[in-house]
Ligand binder design. Structure first.
Ligand code: ATP
Ligand code: MG
Length: 659
């Protein structure tokens, strides 16, 4: 047999093969060229034709085995030229150890880079698909597929090609586990752009989510959009969403929201908004205890020149809330009592832009297209406009003591959806009706005013009890006029307090239920229906059980406004007493808070007034003392009995949305 290795191998490989050829019988043609002393040990770099058949057979077998793994490898191999022949000539022929040669000449970008768990760095070299299959094929079993760390190989297809060959001894490509199998989609992903770490997240959106729309106060400025290189081409940036709903607990079985006409799909029925530890989250809800003293003793100072802002509110008097002290008069911080944060958490006025002229429609809270005044009695409309338009100062979340979870719920389920633009055409309408129920004086109307402020809306107030004193026809006319007036001033909040009075049986035997309920339901359907987007109806009642199902279901959201807890009572008292120039010691205030358990905010205000009256200080020339308050405590007490409070909790479980 006449055989030369050139017949079987490419030219650039045959010198290596000849390093294997240890023939001791050089060809006669070469004998003369060999140094005499080295003849017996010399390895020829070229073939000679008198090789034995056995040697030739062994050679064939050996190289067939050696390269069969390479040829069968499922991975795309780099061109051999990329590594240079020198890599194969580096004296490591058949070496079972990891390849000790130089780094590849080209920085081969491994497709595995960017996959989770992939380690980048020089130690790994181009161990991915760019690794040398030849070398991998040379490696003994334990070095395959990251087994340098002794991890079990779970991905057999990686064994041949996944570059153990370039792993330095001891390098662990995966910590204790084999590299996860890449999905076909991942393999099709383009490599990350230069400058971004391969193991970084593909999207790097802010953890806190997106800020609300401009115009909504107390939220941080919107974060910068994610850098465009992070967005795969062709993909639009996701629509900003409000706070994550995923953290909300599952609704309880009592909720009626799914059946309510205004209840929107996707809105959680029950939620626990109290994230007690997250102070920053409720920072803006923190009560601002001190306002500028009212000149006339009214709950809100009238030092605003009577000027009514475009949104129906007047600005707070400058510095009205700036003087909040972080402690009780005696020096105990309210945090000691479990308050979230207490201090001057102020909302700058700039966050409540003037609405003159009316701003462009915002989000779902847009201008109605219908003619709102059609068929409305002009006299009633005039009456409503002059008597019901609320021009009080704006009420921020921080102006409401306590009620943190409720405030968060109102904001997340009402304010944000109303201010947020619809995500897509035909997306669910935000709720247009909310019912606040709870004991008298608990702050339901205050929260209604706060909602109007947060929405930048005109506020119209209607008292059910007042309406119920009118004749049925007049009451219905006023009701329609109130809805029409609200609709023609969008965005508007119509606050109907004492809603239950509209549905009660009168003492004279005539029942308003039939007379006023029908117009009320019609107004709720029409005024808050699909055609009227610019208004929100806030109904309040201290007798939720008096509401029949039809009325109840017209309110898409129903929230329980509970009595203030000890911390909130302390804050309300401190504010009320500060307005009267009264400074109590820490112990006195703590005792007063203890003695006013079960008081509503309204009753705390009455207590302070009673103390002033009892002290003979109608003009509030002298500060109140603790003794005056003690005396007043004997006369003013909480109105809501424990039984009543229990009934609210029960009603909340049945029909409320919890918070
Ligand atoms: N949480 C509170 N923080 C500060 N002030 C409060 C709070 N709750 C009630 N008040 C004060 O108590 C008074 C009565 O509040 P409001 O009118 O809102 O109660 P209400 O629940 O609407 O009562 P009603 O059922 O009688 O209509 C207001 O002066 C309000 O400022
Ligand atoms: Mg009220």
């Amino acid at each position: 047999m006449h055989w030369t290795p050139e017949h079987a191998q490419p030219l650039n490989q045959w010198p290596e093969q000849h390093l294997d050829v240890s023939s001791t019988t050089p060809s006669p043609a070469h004998k003369l060229e060999l140094p005499p002393g080295g003849r017996q040990r010399c390895h020829y770099a070229w073939a000679h034709d008198d090789i034995s058949a056995l040697t030739a057979s062994n050679l064939l077998k050996r190289y067939a085995e050696k390269y069969s793994g390479v040829l069968d490898s499922p991975y795309e191999r780099p061109t051999l030229g990329g590594y240079g022949d020198a890599a194969f000539l580096n004296g490591a022929k058949g070496d079972p150890d990891p390849w000790p040669g130089p780094e590849p000449h080209y920085p081969l970008a491994s497709l595995h880079e960017g996959l989770p768990g992939t380690k980048s760095g020089s130690g790994g070299g181009s161990g991915g698909l760019g690794g040398s299959p030849v070398l991998a094929g040379n490696l003994p079993e334990p070095l395959y597929a990251g087994n340098a760390c002794g991890a079990p190989s779970t991905t057999p297809e990686y064994a041949a090609g996944y570059g153990g060959g370039y792993l330095a001894p001891g390098y662990c490509a995966q910590t204790g586990t084999a590299l996860p199998t890449p999905s076909p989609a991942a393999l099709l992903q383009p490599p990350p752009p230069p400058g971004y770490g391969p193991s970084g997240p593909l999207y790097n959106y802010p953890a806190g989510g997106y800020a609300a729309q401009p115009g909504y106060g107390a939220l941080p400025p919107p974060p910068a959009p994610p850098p465009t290189p992070y967005l795969p081409s062709g993909l639009a940036a996701p629509t900003p969403l409000p706070a994550p709903a995923a953290s909300r607990p599952a609704p309880t079985s009592y909720s009626f929201q799914a059946a309510a006409p205004g209840a929107e799909a996707g809105m959680s029925l029950k939620r626990k908004a109290a994230d007690e530890g997250a102070e920053g989250r409720y920072r803006k809800y923190v009560y601002e205890p001190t306002k500028a003293p009212a000149a006339d003793g009214a709950p809100y100072p009238a030092a605003d020149n009577g000027e009514c802002r475009g949104n129906g509110f007047r600005a707070k008097p400058p510095g009205a809330t700036e003087e909040a002290s972080g402690k009780y008069a005696g020096g105990i911080p309210l945090k000691v009592l479990g308050s979230p944060i207490y201090g001057p958490q102020l909302e700058p006025f700039e966050k409540f832009p003037e609405r003159v002229p009316a701003p462009a429609p915002r989000g779902g809270f847009v201008l109605p297209s219908e003619e709102p005044l059609k068929g409305v009695d002009p006299g009633s409309l005039e009456l409503v406009t002059s008597k019901m338009l609320d021009c009080g100062p704006p009420v921020q979340w921080a102006d409401v003591a306590g009620q943190g979870p409720l405030k968060a719920a109102l904001e997340e389920e009402l304010v944000w959806p109303l201010l947020r633009p619809p995500a897509y055409p035909g997306s669910p309408r935000p709720p247009r009706t909310v019912l606040l129920f709870g004991p008298r004086g608990a702050g339901k109307a205050l929260l209604g005013r706060c909602l109007a402020t947060q929405l930048g809306a005109t506020l119209l107030r209607l008292r059910g009890a007042t309406l119920a004193t009118q004749s049925a026809a007049e009451g219905a006319r006023l009701l329609q006029a109130a809805f029409a007036a609200a609709r023609c001033r969008p965005p508007a909040v119509l606050l109907i307090s004492e809603l239950d009075a509209l549905l009660q049986t009168r003492e004279d035997g005539t029942t308003a239920t039939g007379a006023l309920q029908a117009p009320l339901l019609a107004c709720l359907d029409g005024g808050c229906g699909a055609g009227a987007d610019g208004m929100l109806v806030v109904g309040t009642t201290s007798r939720p059980a008096a509401l029949d199902e039809a009325t109840r279901r017209r309110f898409a959201l129903r929230f329980y406004v509970a009595l203030p807890d000890g911390t909130a009572r302390g804050q309300i008292l401190q504010r009320a007493l500060a307005q009267q120039g009264c400074v109590l010691s820490e112990r006195e205030l703590a005792a007063l808070v203890q003695g006013t358990q079960g008081f509503s905010g309204g009753e705390l205000g009455q207590l302070c007034q009673q103390a002033a009256a009892g002290a003979g200080l109608p003009g509030l020339q002298c500060p109140l003392s603790y003794k005056d308050l003690e005396a007043a405590l004997a006369k003013v007490g909480p109105r809501a009995s424990p039984k009543e409070l229990d009934s609210y909790v029960e009603w909340d479980k049945m029909y409320g949305f919890g918070h």
